[in-house]
Design a protein around this ligand. Structure first.
Ligand code: UD1
Length: 419
């Protein structure tokens, strides 16, 4: 197991370039199952999760050509793909659940392993299955698998989600595109990832309106065709670098960033004291002083993203003043707070609230990453600590950040990977 060795005290300065969004690319890959033939996705990040999704699609009979230099992946989908996603792959990659909608829609049957809980919370799938049932499928779970069948095809329906779940919106949308008739999905997720996936579906021949709004209308079509698509830039990786610049009193030009996908996080950084300017192909984030504390509550898009919450807590841990951070999306997401406390952060957790009193500097110690964002957050915490911090669990960070240690080195940080 690799870990990161982080030398504290660096001020991050220089340039980074953002590639495609993990949470979009993985789903775009699953969507290709809806049509036989070769679909190509461009702007694919070089991260472990992409390799895992490619393995899963290969298992389902697809041929994969992943060109890491060109950052593109071509998926050749057979006429009759397999319909079973095995536990050994699904447990490693939660986004595997996104093959459920496309397989039921195209084949009338799917067996997808239940991914189980993970480090950020229980992460139910009830909205996914209820949505498919509303579309006319039968679904039950058996021996750890969701088994969904629709022998007579799917039928358009009116569906309202209890909560604007990203994954459920995607699975329902990717099933409804081939259903007979019109589906109206209310209280749908509005994340830019959903819009990106919807646009790919449209280029495959789907009829979808209302992307990016709480009501998505889908008119089912008989068949879809393979297509090409360029994934949107990763707003969470962009946000990570923006917070990293602010925390380390640095100056980072973030090329390829889409600031319109990050309005609230960037506003919060400005109130912390950062100067954010637009550059020809992205944004520049500069901080000349110790950040001021910022209160944040996570919410579905366009609210503050839960995936950036570890960075807000880390920034507040060394900010001037007291802050309250409220987590409204994933109940387990404060696990990494105990690791930050090991680094000397003053944080008190009460239910889904974390009260943070900023200290001047953290104090290095060995810590353990429990998920992708917590891992990246702990590495940044190491940068604002005195001495040398070891962060165990580098493999979590590999799942979402291409070449994280090298990128940090290029920005002037003493971060290396050690076995
Ligand atoms: C996706 C992202 C994740 C991000 C999250 C919220 C991927 C691979 N992951 O996860 O990085 O943090 O969106 O922006 O894209 N819920 C249920 N029942 C369901 C579905 C969801 O109770 O059937 C609950 C979840 O437990 C959670 C909340 O709804 O509390 C939000 O989950 P959801 O939006 O579905 O997140 P994911 O799609 O799993």
């Amino acid at each position: 197991m690799d870990r990161f060795r982080v030398v504290g005290g660096a001020r991050l300065t220089g340039d980074v370039t953002i590639s495609g969004a993990k949470n979009s690319v993985l789903k775009l890959m699953a969507v290709t199952l809806l049509a036989p033939g070769k679909s190509t996705i461009h702007n694919v990040p070089d991260i472990a999760d992409v390799t895992m999704m490619a393995d899963l699609l290969e298992r389902l009979g697809c041929k994969i050509n992943h060109d890491k230099i060109k950052q593109s992946i071509t998926i050749d989908v057979p006429d009759n793909p397999g319909h079973r996603a095995e536990y050994e792959l699904v447990r490693k990659l939660r986004a595997s659940i996104n093959v459920l909608g496309p397989l039921v829609a195209r084949l009338g049957k799917a067996e997808v392993a239940l991914p189980g809980g993970d480090a950020i919370g229980s992460r139910g799938l009830d909205f996914h299955t209820r949505g498919l049932v509303a579309l006319g499928a039968q679904a039950h779970s058996e021996h750890g698998y969701i088994i969904a069948v629709a022998p007579n095809g799917l039928k358009g329906a009116q569906i309202e989600l209890d909560f604007p779940s990203v994954g459920a919106t995607e699975n329902i949308m990717t099933a409804a595109v081939l259903a007979d008739g019109v589906t109206i999905l209310d209280n749908a997720a509005r994340e830019p990832d959903i819009v990106d996936i919807g646009n790919f579906l449209i280029s495959m021949g789907a009829q979808i309106e209302g992307l990016g709004t709480p009501t998505i209308t889908i008119r089912g079509v008989k068949t879809l065709s393979a297509a090409h698509h360029t994934a949107i830039a990763d707003r969470i990786v962009t946000g990570t670098w923006a917070f990293a610049a602010a925390m380390t009193q640095g100056d980072i030009a973030i090329h390829g960033a889409r600031p319109e996908h990050l309005e609230l996080p960037l506003e919060k950084l400005v109130s912390a004291g950062a100067v954010i300017t637009t550059i020809s192909d992205g944004i520049r984030v500069k901080m000349d002083r110790r950040p001021s504390a910022i209160d944040v509550a996570t919410l579905p898009y366009p609210g503050f993203p839960t995936d950036l919450q570890p960075f807000v807590i880390t920034l507040n841990a060394i900010a001037e003043g007291d802050a309250l951070v409220t987590e409204n999306v994933f109940e387990g997401r404060f696990m990494f707070v105990n690791e930050l406390i090991r680094l000397g952060a003053k944080i008190r957790v009460d239910g889904h609230h974390a009260a943070i009193s900023g200290v001047e500097q953290l104090s290095s110690a060995p810590v353990v990453a429990s998920d992708i964002r917590a891992g990246a957050g702990l590495v940044l915490a190491g940068l604002v600590s005195d001495g040398v911090t070891f962060v165990e669990g580098a493999h979590h960070v590999d799942r979402g950040y291409p070449n994280f240690a090298q990128q940090l080195q290029a920005l002037g940080a003493g971060v290396t990977r050690v076995e």
